[in-house]
Design a protein around this ligand. Structure first.
Ligand code: ATP
Length: 253
């Protein structure tokens, strides 16, 4: 089943077409990567999917619902979560609190219940804690649950970001350069975590510059260059695609 279907999406910033008439789909259970040289339009594409930008033209359907132009909150509620290129944790809050904040779109009790600490609120809070610990355990961070996020290593902070996004129980997880700044061992571990996430039934759309990771983990790959889609296919097809080689290495490569 197709979970995400993007048709003819464009985004214009003044005279610049940052995304130029891009079609893309993601099937349920796939890991799909979006690659391309710097400035190709990848993050802008994520910003459109998640409601941060309205597209200049085109349509997006997610899980059967048209979502282009919807607010980020609405898109999260429908089951899409993301991480950002730059770490956006709450540095002075604990690891556990950071994860629990990611759950707020799923919790039912309102502000009044939290102030009054009603029975229902306490029960829900206990459930949220248990769920958060379970998520942290999957990436080996459970023993650090009480640390301030700022005290984690860089690789740990990146993992925590992914866990926080997963806390909203998304159907589709968008990862924006999760391996950026990671050492080879951390990148190798990340490869394992992303596969694990898919095995729990979450579909993944990934922006990444680390080609080893992309080629290893992706079912399919889309390539953008100057905003336009220049190729799509399996890792093997992309690796040998002439347009892709030229976009990365220049004409005459
Ligand atoms: N809010 C904005 N206003 C104007 N121009 C923008 C805006 N956001 C992005 N751009 C421009 O759109 C183009 C695509 O940028 P984008 O960040 O989407 O590329 P990218 O493929 O994610 O690059 P990178 O791999 O370096 O992160 C760039 O030329 C960028 O300067």
């Amino acid at each position: 089943m197709i979970l995400l279907e993007v048709k003819n999406i464009s985004k214009q910033f003044g005279g610049l077409k940052a995304v130029d008439n891009v079609d893309l789909y993601v099937r349920e259970g796939e890991i799909v990567s979006l690659i391309g040289p710097n400035g190709a339009g990848k993050t802008t594409f994520f910003n459109i999917l998640t409601g941060l930008y309205s597209p200049t033209s085109g349509s997006i359907h997610f899980d059967g619902i048209q979502i282009d132009g919807q607010s980020p909150e609405k898109v999260t509620t429908l089951g899409m979560a993301r991480t950002f290129q730059n770490i956006r944790l709450f540095p002075n809050m604990s690891v556990l609190e950071n994860v629990m904040l990611g759950m707020h779109s799923k919790t039912k009790n309102g502000i009044l219940a939290s102030i009054l600490r009603t029975k229902a609120f306490q029960k829900e809070e206990k459930r949220s804690r248990e769920k958060a610990i379970e998520l942290l355990t999957a990436v080996g961070l459970e023993e650090k649950y009480d640390e301030d996020a700022k005290n984690l290593s860089y690789g740990e902070q990146r993992r925590l970001e992914i866990i926080r996004a997963l806390a909203s129980e998304p159907k589709l997880l968008l990862l924006d350069e999760p391996a950026a700044g990671m050492n080879p061992q951390e990148t190798c571990d990340l490869n394992g975590y992303i596969s694990q996430i898919r095995n729990t039934g979450v579909t993944v759309l990934l922006i990444e510059h680390d080609m080893k990771l992309v080629m290893n983990i992706s079912d399919r790959i889309y390539v953008l260059d100057h905003g336009a889609k220049i190729a799509e296919g399996t890792p093997l097809e992309i690796r040998t695609n002439r347009n892709v080689i030229e976009a990365y290495l220049g004409k005459g490569a």
